[in-house]
Design a protein around this ligand. Structure first.
Ligand SMILES: [Zn+2]
Length: 125
């Protein structure tokens, strides 16, 4: 059963459904123009910031590891920064997008980001 790549609802039985091109040039179908626009906007956002997201993630994880041996304050800041990065850039894996659709993946990504921030605050206490 094919599902809309944005809202994850079952696709309507129509001949002409809006298509969008995702990474590695696979075509995904959307249930209507609205979903296609939203999905396209998110993919453009992803394309623009995926490099920055990768660099920030590497930095944050580096500081987490570096801070965990001796400098817990630094480790805490690294968690806060990582959480903020995930909230701003809730980029999920293609698997989670297949599972939940883009729309819900975005929300789940943001929730994970907030959890990481909470972990950072726990370090402080
Ligand atoms: Zn849809």
């Amino acid at each position: 059963m094919e599902k809309c790549c944005y809202c994850n609802k079952k696709l309507p039985e129509k001949e002409e459904l809006p298509q969008i091109l995702v990474e590695d040039n696979r075509v995904r179908l959307c249930c209507d123009e609205n979903c296609a626009q939203q999905a396209q906007a998110f993919l453009q956002y992803y394309e623009r910031y995926k490099g920055l997201f990768a660099v920030l993630t590497v930095f944050c994880i580096g500081f987490m590891i570096y801070g965990s041996v001796g400098n817990l304050r630094l480790c805490q800041y690294a968690f806060l920064a990582m959480g903020a990065v995930i909230v701003v850039f809730p980029f999920c894996t293609p698997t989670s997008i297949d599972l939940w659709g883009l729309k819900r993946s975005k929300v789940i990504g943001r929730i994970l980001g907030v959890l990481v921030i909470l972990v950072g605050f726990l370090f402080a206490s």
